[in-house]
Design a protein around this ligand. Structure first.
Ligand code: NAD
Length: 483
């Protein structure tokens, strides 16, 4: 059982100085201190002591020791741990939602959905594991699926709790032990996740958490020979480095990277439903979502009808306090992210796109935090930087097409291939279009999810898949015994 207390508070500022290693809170060996800033007002709400290579090596050693027995855990025991994790995270949905709203400005409407997806990840892994035959035999040959070993789980800030749940569910389902390196911007959320791990009563050393910088703790996980696999969610640049540096120790990798997802609005779409659906896809998680449908492809023949409808729908979107259930768009996570979004809005204007809504600067009355104006550009060409590069903020590009074939060509003309959407009345046609888009997931007629369906990208959007059976398979190695 864990000992000690993970958070202390003084003068309204919380302090975290520990990591969670071998079933206990352990004082950080690393001494660097980072401020956690509240995105709605730019004020410091917490101070976190970041781990170093030594903390990481201690956590890896604990995971390696625990693997000796956990790696031989039966399927029934793994299923039991998944149920315990499911219950523990279910019991913390309110806490996790509240801390997501506070720490990264996730809007209440969306933060709860994210946490619930995290809960569902354990149920999906349980179902996936039940359906996955771990042993197959024929003649004198027996093939078993064995845990890959110690896994390093590295997450992004934009849905840190969900990514931890997804990766932990797959790893525990496969009988692997883990060291989690959560986003350092999500340290308060991570403390709640540690409480969930403790409540789930996993054997000590199975799940270790080291808070720290990517180029310190993350890099040690990637180069350490005792780590067999890295499962990473984050940017393409860091993903490339993990693949390259992990090669030295032949790491297995799952990489969940960026996106520039197309939404194809077909010419038979009912605009009353299609426009709101397109905006939900574009602006989910305040646009800070890898799956955000940030390229809206519309038929040129209906452009004059579509533009005023988008303008009107944008006026109805509430920007502001993420805790208010009416708010659709909250602040960006950090000053850096605010500036990144501003620079792309400027770039779009310089590239000659038409500002249909939004523009540069803060929305009126929201100057204190990292709020941006949700922005829609029309008259966008698909080769503009704003249509090719991931902005990771509420910026939507409207691109006109002449024919269905051209829409498909534009949708696929991207280095990314994570997520896509098709909106239209004729379902047969929508399915035909969906089948020609090169991306890991395509949703028809609005955002939807199925935790049994694989998640992951084609092209630069990544390597491998998560969720359910697909996620567990990524933590297993086939082994054949031949008599
Ligand atoms: P990031 O790549 O900057 O950081 C992600 C994680 O990697 C963090 O924990 C960070 O500390 C760590 N890291 C940084 N440098 C590292 C290194 N050298 N070695 C090991 N780890 C390192 O990304 P971010 O800003 O946190 O997240 C935004 C990005 O994540 C976007 O590109 C977004 O599209 C992507 N993302 C993808 C998915 C998906 O499922 N495909 C989901 C969410 C976010």
């Amino acid at each position: 059982m864990a000992t000690g207390k993970s958070i202390t508070e003084r003068d309204g500022i919380r302090t975290i100085t520990t990591h969670y290693i071998d079933g206990a809170f352990v004082e950080s060996h690393g001494r660097e201190v980072m401020d956690i800033i509240k995105p709605t007002n730019g004020k410091v709400i917490a101070r976190v002591t970041l781990g170093d290579e030594e903390d990481t090596r201690r956590a890896i050693a604990a995971a390696k020791r625990a693997l000796a027995s956990f790696g031989r855990t039966s399927k029934e025991e793994c299923l039991r741990y998944l149920r315990q994790l499911h219950k523990a995270v279910s019991d913390h949905v309110d806490d996790l939602t509240a801390v997501m709203i506070e720490e990264y400005g996730g809007v209440a409407q969306f933060a709860r959905l994210i946490v619930e997806s995290g809960v569902n990840a354990f149920a999906a892994a349980e179902k996936g594991l039940q359906e996955l035959p771990l042993t197959r035999s024929w003649g004198k040959t027996t093939v078993t699926l064995e845990p890959v070993g110690v896994a390093g789980l590295i997450t992004a800030w934009n849905a840190n709790a969900l990514f931890i749940c997804l990766k932990l569910a797959s790893a525990v389902g496969a009988g692997c032990t883990v060291v989690i390196k959560p986003s350092e911007l999500s340290s308060l959320q991570t403390q709640v996740m540690i409480e969930c791990v403790i409540a789930a009563k996993l054997p000590k050393g199975v799940c270790n958490v080291v808070i720290g910088r990517g180029d310190v703790v993350g890099a040690e996980l990637v180069r350490n020979p005792d780590v067999d696999k890295i499962s990473f969610t984050g940017s393409v640049g860091v993903g490339e480095g993990i693949m390259r540096d992990g090669a030295a120790t032949m790491k297995r990798v799952t990489l969940e990277l960026g996106g520039k997802s197309p939404t194809i609005l077909l010419d038979d779409a009912a605009l009353d439903q299609a426009i709101p659906a397109a905006l939900v896809l574009a602006f989910m998680n305040s646009g800070q979502a890898c799956a955000a449908g940030t390229r809206l492809l519309v038929p040129k023949s209906r452009l004059d009808e579509i533009k005023p409808r988008i303008r009107e729908a944008m006026r109805a979107l509430t920007v502001g306090d993420p805790a208010d259930p009416k708010t659709a768009i909250g602040p960006m996570v950090s000053q850096k992210q605010y500036e990144r979004v501003q620079s792309y809005i400027r770039k779009g204007i310089e590239e000659g796109a038409e500002v249909l809504a939004g523009g540069e600067g803060h929305p009126k009355g929201l100057e204190a935090g990292y709020f941006v104006k949700p922005t829609v550009f029309a008259n966008v060409k698909n080769d503009m930087a704003i249509a090719q590069e991931e902005i990771f903020g509420p910026v939507l590009c409207v691109i006109a097409y002449d024919s269905e074939d051209e829409a498909i060509r534009i949708a696929n003309d991207s280095k990314y291939g994570l997520h896509a959407a098709v909106l239209g009345t004729d379902l047969q046609r929508a399915r035909r279009v969906a089948s020609q888009i090169r991306s890991g997931r395509v949703v028809i007629n609005g955002m939807t999810d199925d935790p049994q369906a694989p998640w992951g990208g084609f092209k630069y959007s990544g390597v491998g898949r998560e969720y359910g059976k697909y996620g567990i398979e990524a933590f297993l190695e086939p082994k054949a015994i031949l008599e």
